[in-house]
Design a protein around this ligand. Sequence first.
Ligand code: SF4
Length: 704
Amino acid sequence: MKKNNAHKTICSYCGVGCGILVEKDSKGNISVEGDEEYPVNMGMLCSKGKTLNYVAQDTSDRILYPEMRWGRNHPMQRVSWDTAMDRAVGVFKSIINKYGPDSVGFYVSGQCLTEEYYLVNKLTKGFIGTNNVDTNSRLCMSSAVVGYKKTLGEDSVPISYADIELADCFFIAGANPAWCHPILFRRLEKHKEENPNVKVIVVDPRKTQTCASADLHLQILPGTDVILFNAIARYLIEKKKIDKDFIKKHTVNFDACKESAFQYSLREAAQLCGIPVEEIRKAAQYIGNAKGFISMWTMGLNQSVIGVSKNVALLNLSLLTGQIGKPGSGPFSLTGQPNAMGGREVGGMASLLAAHKDLGNPSHRQEVSNFWGGKEINPKPGYTATEMFDALDEGKLKAIWIVCTNPVVSLPNAKKVERALKKASFVVVQDISHDSETTKYADLLLPAAGWLEKEGTMTNSERRISYLPKVLDPPGEALPDVEILWKFAQKMNFKGFNYTNASEVYDEHCLMTKGTNIDISGLSYDRLKNEGSFQWPVPHSKHMGTPRLFNDKRFFTNDSKAHFNAPQKIENQSEKTSPEFPLILNTGRVRDQWHTRTKTGKVQRLLTHIPEPYLEMNKVDAYLRQLKEGDIAVVKNVRGTAQVKVKINFDIREGMVFMPMHWGKILGKDFGRANNLTSNLIDPISKEPDFKYAAVEVKKYIKP
Ligand code: SF4
């Protein structure tokens, strides 16, 4: 590849955010390779990133022009952009006039670029007058957001990937980075290979690929994470392995943490977690003796009915040991999606405001509304992801506009989501692909430009902001998402949407952050193109970014101290198993698929790893049900069923089964959709669904 002709961009899959060089030959063929100069991946790419060229060039399923139908029983018809926008504006205005602004909502995605996220928030919160804008990031990061805010004062990942090479103890809880964040994990593996003293502790009810690198695997019972973290805290306190000076000078609320940690003895905790007490002691010793301690976590903690409690209990360990704001240490939530972090910067959730401002704070609301020059910001939080579809189901929400996400496969209790979309008065789907299961519920289908077909920015898991250039023209009449959104806003006669390019949107977003803790007023497209990526904050045009937060031990709280929090819930609050449904269903990702497979499902090479959905089951549970490897099992509960092949091993605990979450309908059947079975429960604070714990029974499929 002639690198001097290559375009530098970022992988559109996971939150690691690897740098990619894209080159287009004279026939228009695209090739991709890892960017050796990019500090995240230094040339490496995982199986998904390496095959992005196939996805970018396959336009076989693309939505090429706007399509519309006049009623639910009418066929979709090709229409012009003007007709499509007139219809969207007409329906939205009439619903808002009749039922008020809270009767409409936008459901967006952590794969949207920051500019798109910014505009959809400005449009809804600043001009329509509702906070009904939420995102599929609610499904992966919202418990971590609340945990950070409670502990550090703001939603702020303190560290950088470069801290990995400086740490000597990793505590990976509820995450399988070997499969789900492969390049980040490769950095950790290499560091461990070169430094045999480095300890890796993995907490997971399943023995995953990540465990292959672990010195200690704590295979706890599902839902017992808080009990484990508290037990480790207790051991550290009792053995005086805490940083007293740091706690005294830079934290508050230690006593609440201690009281919670001392609720159970180590032996009681070990029994409740279903692991030997020695393993808890060993984990605590590794952490207590570490010079640099990093905790890493993702969906196993966040996607829980007690997700916030799990997060604060884990964050307490970093505060107890004073392992924050110094090289090689800190808590590190691994972002699932490529721009979940960017979305949070612009307030892309029903409970947030732009620039990390607080919806509950009247002066923040005033600042945002003054900046935009629109309506007063509604103080009432909007519907969150699952609430939005519940509200559609109940008739409180009449119209929904879905951008770049496939809720029919990705939301819990998928049958309810389908029912809600059928009941909606008006559904707009703005996406790239006809293949998404959600498009069939659309009354209006808007063709969006995909990866490489539009410019914009994204922020990865370490607060690193990068510019993504436009390399290809979008097919047919597809338009960049920002353009679709500002066309709609202009037709709604909203002021302040007369943009001519994405750069103007970005400049406005940067300006809005001025003076805040995430100040990026020193950034512009020119700087990002010419100087490369930056980690926020970047408060002026000569500033080179901030690799690590809190070096000065001044946190973003009102008193500048880090706050210990006693987890509100210690025991799990998930759906109870019963004699009828005695097994716990866990769901998650596999290595070579991404979300609902609208992109990775097109790449044959990626199907060679795991070609179809399956149910992982312990050998004892399989034996009791007379199931053999490869048999078809029927997985069932009160919400639905799935029918998939069984994989049998001892890697998963007895009493527990696992299904990947990627598959939706195959040949029109939804047998492989894990979310037929997942629970309606959500964390009461973060509103993140309890994807990892649903009561089910499994039986052998008998042909009728
Ligand atoms: Fe893309 Fe994530 Fe793989 Fe990097 S690790 S290439 S960002 S999917």
